[in-house]
Ligand binder design. Structure first.
Ligand SMILES: Nc1ncnc2c1ncn2[C@@H]1O[C@H](COP(=O)(O)OP(=O)(O)OP(=O)(O)O)[C@@H](O)[C@H]1O
Ligand SMILES: [Mg+2]
Length: 589
């Protein structure tokens, strides 16, 4: 998996390779130091040869400086490159997530996506950092140390070999036992993140239903799970550090013991023993790095797999070539037309929409009314191409929507969603977003969205910063910002999903009047549960359990649609008496 990920970070691989090589060169100079140390002792100190001591010490100093410099350079390059890799992966991943269909995002869940963009990328990044530090350095140290030791004394090197095997066995055993534990830790952290995210997202609900204690318990329990596995792994690791020390120290003791006899026999000198002792440390340290690298690799591989899972998902929404300029908007075709559209959510058992047909002409307002769960937002999701209809066809200016290119499509249709999004930036940026700035357009959209009252109250007007979650604004204010954002785009078809629910009756009325006045040539699709909001629309579509219960003007529906009359009655809207000719079947369309 890590291999496949490399394709996304190609530009940084050269730098990484350079860092690894420089680090390897640093390891070579590092390896030479004990060799000269032994020489200083045997050839200089033992023989009291001052010039030799001087020259060998200078060599050692040069090697020490070279080692330090090479390590600094390698660390600097690797730190820079791994940060760039992290940045690139986060950007690639985030950009890709933006392109996913709503279905994919919902399938993976937002919290899991956040963990992938943050945690998983960080794991991969940290592994690359480890890799540059140890991938070449550890083997160079281990192999180099052995070669040098062998050149001094084969017997003593055999003792080191035994320790190496012991250490390798111990490290592998620890790696085998702790690997599944760390995997469990990761899974539990994921779960914890998702619980905390859910809770903090719904903090108001939790408070108002005094569910706090229950939620605190839930987080505590999950946190305990993380602790349990982390502790288990920690205990095993706690055994590892001292064991390495023990093996190293015992090896040193054994080597000193054996060397005692050798020195007496004259087959080895003190300086050479010192050299070997230094190599023991290097070799055994390098040996402990190898299982740690395995561990990092396996964690990074899991993370890479989770990243690739997202990157492998592609938006299957097909866009065509048709541009906005190519279609005639002279009124020969309705701006929007639905022909017998049905839709079922992928994981649902029943269809959410059945045989919906209607047209919306240029400059007209089509309202959609219906109870909760009647399919209003679903209808909008289809029009916005967040989902594809299971049956039927949606047309813009007489052309199937899938024939439009993406840019033209988003220019033609824009919606203020029921679940609006407000970003942690100024009001102006929230409205303009990625479009080019135009003062008069901003003012007109804010005025129409009834946002000016708020703007005038604020000292810094449009520059007012909204807190990250938009919590320093009321629901209605945020809703109006999202409406202003939609209007600023000046699309041909403005879709407003239940924006009136967060507005008082007066503001709602003023918003609709402003839409009529300032956006005469735009088609408005107004979704609402309020009769007062839809009443004056040119046409009203009544939805009931995903089916069309009626289509017509307020007056027509009052006369012909039972569902509509029922809604009116529940909202205290006067309903005229019907003549005897009107029957129960009159609400069918
Ligand atoms: N992502 C989804 N997956 C499966 N079923 C869904 C999904 N979203 C909505 N539904 C179902 O589709 C039906 C219509 O939902 P929809 O959100 O369109 O209702 P609505 O008319 O907008 O309601 P409200 O007035 O509450 O916003 C409901 O039965 C709902 O449970
Ligand atoms: Mg809805």
């Amino acid at each position: 998996m890590l291999k496949r990920l490399l394709g996304y970070i190609k530009p940084f691989l050269g730098g990484m390779a350079l860092a690894i090589l420089v680090k390897g060169a640093g390891a070579v100079t590092d390896l030479l130091i004990p060799h000269f140390m032994g020489e200083v002792i045997d050839e200089g100190i033992a023989k009291q040869d001052i010039p030799v001591i001087w020259s060998l010490c200078l060599v050692m100093l040069a090697l020490a400086i070279a080692t330090a410099l090479l390590n600094i350079i390698a660390n600097y390059i690797s730190a820079k490159k791994t940060q760039q890799i992290g940045e690139r992966l986060r950007n690639v991943l985030y950009t890709h997530i933006q392109k996913l269909t709503l279905k994919d995002v919902e399938g993976l869940t937002t919290s899991s996506l956040i963990t992938r963009v943050t945690n998983d990328v960080e794991h991969v990044q940290r592994t690359f950092l480890m890799m540059t530090r140890f991938m070449i350095r550890a083997p160079v140290m281990a192999i180099g140390g052995i070669v040098f030791s062998l050149s001094i004394d084969v017997g003593l090197t055999c003792i080191i070999f035994v320790s190496m095997i012991l250490l390798a066995a111990a490290s592998m055993a620890v790696y085998k036992v702790t690997r599944p534990l760390y995997r469990k830790v990761q899974q539990n952290i994921d779960r914890l993140t998702s619980i905390i995210r859910e809770d903090l997202g719904g903090v108001r609900v939790i408070k108002s239903f005094s569910k706090s204690n229950y939620e605190i318990d839930r987080v505590k329990r999950q946190s305990q799970e993380v602790k349990r596995f982390e502790l288990k792994a920690g205990k095993i690791n706690a055994f590892m550090g001292p064991s390495i020390m023990l093996i190293t120290n015992v090896t040193i003791a054994v080597i000193l013991y054996v060397s005692g006899f050798r020195i007496q026999g004259g087959s080895i000198e003190i300086g050479q023993v010192v050299t070997i002792l230094n190599y023991i440390n290097m070799i055994l340290m390098a040996m402990t790095m190898i299982p740690r690298m395995f561990m990092m690799f396996s964690r990074a591989n899991t993370s890479a797999a989770r990243i690739m899972e997202v990157l492998d998902m592609t938006d299957t929404t097909q866009y065509g070539e048709l541009t906005r300029e190519q279609v005639s908007s002279d009124g020969t075709h309705p701006v929007l037309e639905l022909r017998d559209v049905s839709f079922q959510y992928p994981d649902a058992r029943v269809a959410a929409l059945h045989h919906i047909s209607f047209t919306a002409a240029k400059g007209k307002t089509l309202a959609v009314i219906g109870g909760t769960g009647s399919g209003k937002t679903t209808l909008l999701n289809l029009i916005l191409r967040l989902y594809e209809p299971t049956d039927g066809e949606i047309l813009l200016y007489g052309h199937p929507i899938r024939e439009f290119d993406k840019e033209s499509f988003t220019q033609t249709v824009t919606a203020a969603m029921q679940q609006y999004n407000i970003f942690g930036m100024s009001i102006r940026e929230n409205i303009v977003l990625d479009r080019e700035f135009d003062e008069s357009r901003l003012n007109q959209s804010a005025e129409s969205a009834q946002l000016m009252d708020l703007i005038e109250e604020l000292d810094d007007a449009f520059d007012h910063e909204i807190s990250q979650t938009g919590s320093n604004l009321s629901g209605g204010q945020k809703q109006r910002i999202s409406v202003a954002r939609t209007l600023y785009r000046e699309p041909d078809l403005v879709v407003l999903d239940d924006v009136s629910s967060a507005l008082d009756y007066r503001t709602d009325f003023r918003l609709r009047s402003a839409l009529k006045e300032n956006y005469q040539d735009k088609t408005v699709l107004l979704i609402s549960q309020r009769i007062s909001s839809v009443k004056s629309a040119d046409q009203i579509l009544v939805l009931e359990k995903g089916r069309m219960a009626g289509l017509g003007t307020h007056e027509e529906l009052l006369r012909s649609c039972k569902t509509y009359r029922d809604i009116c009655q529940t909202q205290n809207v006067p309903v005229p008496e019907l003549s005897a000719s009107w029957g129960e079947g009159g609400d069918a369309q």
